[in-house]
Design a protein around this ligand. Structure first.
Ligand SMILES: *[C@@H]1O[C@H](CO)[C@@H](O)[C@H](O)[C@H]1NC(C)=O
Length: 438
């Protein structure tokens, strides 16, 4: 709109100028051909009429100019108020960190890092929720809370044993965790009334730009109703399958990653009535429970789990988590344009890319000689078996939850193998995940 009015002014001015030149040259031309007296009178007449026309032109121009100025100042006011709105939102922003703790005194390591990398105490107050009633762990947390008013601790009050049938007793820990999360999230959202929360567990290390990551990506949660969470974790985050030269790169995912994540109160109020008794993370990976909305995940993880003694025991840790890469560069996410992650932009670009790429087999990708920057390719799958075979070959996690492969988005898993971007993509027209894939 603004461009158009500017153009209009320019064109108007040009027309006026041409008009003046034509008038002037016609005076010059007629000068020699008529007698002197007639000529002078004629010229006077012409000058008078020219003056009149010039006056008219001037008033018209100044009217136009007035209109343009009015329009510009209106647009400026609108833009400023828009900017102010955004600023007000962000300046009033409080994004508390909820730290879930139980009986591990190593919670100190997590708290030390949160305190060390926290750029602003007012934006990021720390709330520790402790289950399990473990006194020495509580004492560790309390020593942090006692020395800093922006760190608080609350204890999960219901320490009763959860009655379980015999075959579920071995899952007791998962029931307690789900109960604890429900208490802690109600505490943050209902008791304290926060708008959003960043959740970490007591065995997580964080990257130097952990807070910057959530600060920069949080506006996406407000803008894009098809997103419900931002996670700091890449489930396929081993250094062999990521592009470490692009720590700023982010993706959408249909698979809830957990391990350092943020979501909003309105989502909690929606989830809370049907919150499960156990295995809440897999419950969040069922698209039905999150209304088929997506999360944001990074190319390079912003968290690292150091806990070996957890509910999930040590095997998964040794086989998988230990090899995960924690980002160490500081990316200024608040200064980046992240609009490529909004659904319309992202889906169109992804589908266009995938459909246009040449195809290779997983074997060919893995065995290709690595020289410089290799062009991206796709590897296709047609069913659960061929998906798992290709994923395993590429060095990716090959499991599903509710039919969703880890890190998948619209059925596509993006990774970086053998020096190139690889899209593991369906060979068929994809419409939804098949829950029978497991
Ligand atoms: C917890 O530990 C502190 C410090 O070691 C001690 O003073 C306190 O009595 C203990 N509380 C309970 C309930 O055991």
């Amino acid at each position: 709109m603004r461009l158009n009015t500017r153009k209009l002014t320019l064109v108007g001015a040009a027309i006026a100028l041409i008009y003046l030149i034509v008038m002037y040259s016609s005076i010059i031309e007629t000068q020699g051909s008529t007698p002197l007296k007639n000529n002078v009178i004629e010229m006077e007449k012409r000058i008078v009429s020219l003056e009149k026309q010039l006056d008219l032109q001037m008033t018209e121009s100044s009217n136009l100019l007035k209109k343009v100025k009015e329009h510009l100042s209106k647009a400026k006011v609108e833009e400023e108020s828009q900017q102010k709105e955004n600023e007000i939102d962000m300046s009033a922003l409080v994004l508390p960190v909820l730290l879930i703790a139980c009986d591990r005194v190593t919670v100190k390591r997590c708290l030390d890092n949160l305190v060390k990398f926290r750029p602003n105490k007012d934006i990021f107050p720390i709330i520790v929720s402790q289950d399990c009633g473990h006194n020495s762990t509580y004492q560790v947390i309390k020593s942090f809370a006692d020395s800093d008013p922006t760190i608080s601790v609350v204890q999960q009050p219901d320490l009763s044993e959860i009655p379980l049938p015999r075959q579920k007793v071995k899952f007791r820990g998962y029931y307690k965790i789900a109960r604890h999360y429900k208490f802690a999230l109600n505490h943050v959202f209902k008791t304290l009334g926060h708008e959003a929360v960043i959740i970490v567990e007591d065995d997580l290390d964080i990257s130097p730009d952990f807070f910057e990551y959530f600060l920069g990506t949080y506006p996406l949660l407000l803008k894009d109703p098809t997103l419900w969470c931002i996670s700091a974790w890449n489930d396929n985050g081993k250094k062999e399958v990521i592009d470490q030269s692009h720590p700023e790169l982010l993706h959408r995912t249909d698979f809830f990653p957990g391990l350092g994540w943020t979501f909003r109160r309105e989502t909690w109020l929606d989830l809370e009535p049907t919150w499960p008794e156990a295995f809440f993370d897999d419950w969040l990976r069922n698209p039905e429970n999150t209304h088929e909305r997506a999360c944001i995940r990074p190319e390079v993880s912003r968290t690292f789990t150091f806990g070996k003694i957890g509910v999930s025991k040590g095997l998964f840790y040794d086989m998988h988590l230990r090899a995960m890469q924690l980002n160490m560069d500081f990316v200024e996410f608040t200064n980046l344009d992240l609009s490529y992650l909004l659904k319309d932009n992202y889906d169109e670009a992804l589908l266009k890319t995938v459909s246009s790429l040449p195809e290779m087999t997983a074997d060919e990708v893995v065995n290709a000689p690595q020289e410089g920057d290799l062009p991206p390719v796709k590897v296709t799958y047609s069913n659960a078996k061929t998906y798992q075979k290709a994923a395993k070959k590429l060095g990716l996690m090959d499991d599903f939850r509710s039919g969703v492969p880890r890190t998948a988005y619209l059925g596509v898993v993006s990774c970086f193998v053998g020096g190139r971007r690889v899209y593991l993509a369906p060979s068929f027209p994809w419409s939804r995940y098949d829950p029978s894939w497991s």
